[in-house]
Design a protein around this ligand. Sequence first.
Ligand code: FAD
Ligand code: FES
Length: 497
Amino acid sequence: MDETEFMSLWQTEKRPEFPRFRGDETAQAVVVGGGICGLLCAYELLQNGVKDIVLLEARKICGGATGHTTGKITSQHGLIYRKLTDGLGRERAEEYARRNEEAIGRFRKIVETEKIDCDFIPCSAYLYALTDDGVRRLEAEADAAQHLSVDARIVHDCEIPLPVRAALCFPNQARFHPLKFAYRLAEILRERGVRIFEDSLAIALEDNTVVTREGRVYGKNVVLCTHYPFTNFKGMYYTRIVQSRSYVLALENARKLDGMYLDCEQGGCSFRSQPREGGDILLFSMFDHKTGHETGAPHYRRMEEEAKKLYPESAVRFRWSAQDCMTNDGIPYIGRYRQQGNSVYLASGFNKWGMTGSMAAADLISGLIVSGGDDCTVFSPSRSDFSMQAPVMFREIGDVVANFTKGYLEPPGRSLSELKNGEGGLAEYQGAKIGAYRDEEGALHGVNPVCPHMHCPLRWNPEERTWDCPCHGSRFDETGKVMENPASRPLEQRGPD
Ligand SMILES: Cc1cc2nc3c(=O)[nH]c(=O)nc-3n(C[C@H](O)[C@H](O)[C@H](O)COP(=O)(O)OP(=O)(O)OC[C@H]3O[C@@H](n4cnc5c(N)ncnc54)[C@H](O)[C@@H]3O)c2cc1C
Ligand code: FES
């Protein structure tokens, strides 16, 4: 795949570079994963007096979800507060709201004290409804939020070109350029002595020693910020996390918006502007589906048609998609990773709200490391409020079983020679089923279309020319290289040499 084809708007920013990890080292804290969560955890640890830190990144800093986010910094996480209050009670819902609200202030403080030039703009966030039923749900959400002391009010004026019936406004939120922020933060960490390594995949955690292909690093404390936990067997995270994808267009010549907007219906549209030389650019996003599902759907074409209807003068400048880890109850896993021992910590499952979620994680985990104490109950990875988690968990286990069965029974459909240039999918080669892609020059790339994580049959995604796993969301490019975890090994090569 052309690496720039689905590049995000943010990724035009110049990236700092870091060496590969080699050798044997020790540290007071090892942070695994160099997305916004890992960087913020390292920063908060430094601020709290932990000076000896190693950070390992499998690929490049912020090349994962963080490089593809829409960068809204908000405690407005869809219709969350009614659900949390009803499911967990007022106290825990309040804790969730408070931690996320504080996170907005923490971003502001870091931007100011570190003088980070990252287009940080205070603004309001709006959750909008297009139907009567949606308005009723917004009203219930407003009521729940206000009971938790969250500043939230129903308004009727909206800047977006949709027939909005009402919107729930959260004032005092913010937006920023996530990579201008994160890249500068990485440089600050390096300047203050944090040893950051790229192209350094952690392949195992043996007690508190993180093992890479070229060395080992022992950490008195280990913080796992790898998006999907790479040690997901312990704690059975493969039954507790689902990966969900969304799609983004960056539009030129679309009306500049002051606020940030999100449909209260799942999968609806989201809007926000971003300042840019030559005029603001509008980020327009849509869709919300489990990775490896809807692989035949023309998401980009449908979005571009929708964008053209809403903003006829606009032109698409960038388009990309990304996925985030969704938990069964919609709350991130932040705290002690008990199955790995008392000094291993986990931050994952941000449910597409990982800006404030990561900041809350950095604060909570650095607090646990420096001051001890118990996990924060609402975020604890070992929480056991099964009434909120069980329905989704059983549905997802059923879905995994169905995908296994369907995938293994699916016939190859055609022989290898029938694949035209630019086409991919299952094909028959010497009596066996393989996965194949014939590139535009006619060269064939053959793989075993089975996920190395837990052997789920993969699906070909023609839109992005990837192999996607419908079970836990790993993704591979057309040559079989890992693009998204939890898989850590490439696909086996198959077919003619
Ligand atoms: C389309 C979309 C829009 C979004 N918009 C918003 C938004 O507006 N506001 C908001 O709050 N949130 C948003 N989110 C969610 C947010 O972007 C994510 O939750 C957040 O970026 C996750 O950060 P992270 O550091 O946990 O993960 P990542 O950024 O993915 O970082 C994890 C890093 O760990 C590395 N890694 C993985 N395995 C290993 C290993 N074994 N060894 C070493 N390193 C490893 C990866 O290479 C990666 O760089 C959005 C998500 C999506 C998909
Ligand atoms: S990601 Fe688990 S089987 Fe593919």
